[in-house]
Each structure stands twice: as C-alpha cells, then as structure tokens.
Design a protein around this ligand. Structure first.
Ligand SMILES: N[C@@H](CCC(=O)N[C@@H](CS)C(=O)NCC(=O)O)C(=O)O
Length: 193
C-alpha cells in the first residue's frame, strides 16, 4: 500500500493528505527532529525533509515531485504552467516561513535590520499580497491541487501565528470557505495526535 511519511503539522504534508483523501494509503506520522524517526528519515531520504512516499518499491521525496508521481499513477491531468506558477508562489512563501519558524525555535530574535529577516519577510508579504489579489480575482475558485496547497499555507500561518493576515481578507475568506470540509477537519494540525 502507498505510504505517506510526514507529520500532522507540516503544510507540505497536509496538502498531500488532502489530495489523497479518497485514496487508500497509510500515513506515517513522524517526529523528524530527533530520535529513531530522524534515523529512519535519514536512511530513506537524505534531504531530511518531509513529505516522502514509498510506493511500489520506490521512495519519492519533495511534495512537488510526489504530486507529479501521484498524478501520473492515477492518470490525472498535469498542472498547467499557470498552476505551476501558483505552486511556486505558495512553496516559496512556505519555505521562507519554515525558515522563520526554525529561527524562532532556535531562540534567534526576529530583527528586521538583519538581511535574513528582511528578505524572508519581504518575500512572504509580497507573495501573500499577490495571492490575496488572485483570490479576489477568482483565481482559486475550485478545490484542486493549487487551492489545497493555498489552504494548507493559510491555515498553517494562522495555526503557527507566522504572519499577520488581517490586511488580506480574501485569503481569510478563502480559508473560511473550506474549513468545514471533512478531510480538512480530520487533518487539522490543532487536533491532538
Ligand atoms: N520542497 C520540500 C519542502 C518540504 C519541507 O520544507 N518540509 C519541512 C516540514 S514543513 C521539513 O521537513 N523541514 C525540516 C527541516 O527544514 O529541517 C517539499 O515540497 O516537500
């Protein structure tokens, strides 16, 4: 059976859990930062990042590649170039926010006079404003992979309190519109494991 390795809090993992909502698979919830799960991760995936999948004797890592693999496996239509660009925007904000969270957990005080913080904040703000505009223009009006990825990003930002979204009402309305989906509630990172 298809195995998805990840954690309940990772937005990169959650997007695949949502996309796989109606596909039989085993979800392996890992503690990736230490202990035996980290050793297992290192032995299978030297990037030491989640998600990864194991299927048919193959290990595939990186959510973007995993999505391509699964689309191919289930004969789904490939993403358009426009959708690929939307994913790049979402991934880029997501990556910067993962770095911010790791800095915070390293007890490194946020300091906007430092280049690392300025660049990350500016990137996240610019992308989120752009995504907010796209939602206003009706770009994310289905529940396909780009919408799933956007939902996971916005909901994770709120859950971890990573960025002020109060001036981006379209993103918050988008989140509210999808909050009650069954697969969204069952993968809510606020749920106890
Ligand atoms: N490009 C990767 C990013 C995955 C990623 O950054 N995952 C985070 C969890 S949200 C992680 O494993 N971080 C571990 C680390 O940075 O050491 C993907 O799309 O799968």
């Amino acid at each position: 059976m298809l195995k998805l390795y990840g954690s309940t809090t990772s937005p990169f993992v959650r997007r695949l859990r949502l996309w796989l909502a109606n596909v039989e698979h085993e979800f392996i919830n890992m503690q990736i930062f230490s202990g035996p799960d980290r050793e297992l991760l290192a032995s299978m995936n030297p990037t030491l990042k989640i998600p990864m999948i194991e299927d048919d004797g193959k290990v595939i890592y990186d959510s973007r590649v995993i999505f391509r693999y699964l689309s191919d496996k289930f004969s789904e239509k490939a993403l358009s170039w426009q959708q690929e660009n939307l994913l790049t925007l979402i991934d880029s904000a997501n990556d910067s926010l993962v770095q911010s969270l790791i800095l915070k957990r390293s007890d490194i005080e946020e300091d906007n006079s430092k280049l690392i913080f300025r660049l990350q904040n500016e990137r996240v703000q610019t992308i989120l404003e752009h995504l907010n505009r796209l939602v206003e223009e009706g770009e994310f009006s289905n529940w396909h992979y780009p919408e799933i990825c956007l939902y996971c990003l916005v909901d994770w930002i709120e859950f971890r309190e990573l960025h002020d979204l109060s001036a981006m009402p379209a993103l918050l309305e988008f989140q509210a519109r999808h909050n009650d989906r069954i697969e969204v509630t069952t993968t809510n990172p606020r749920n106890p494991d």
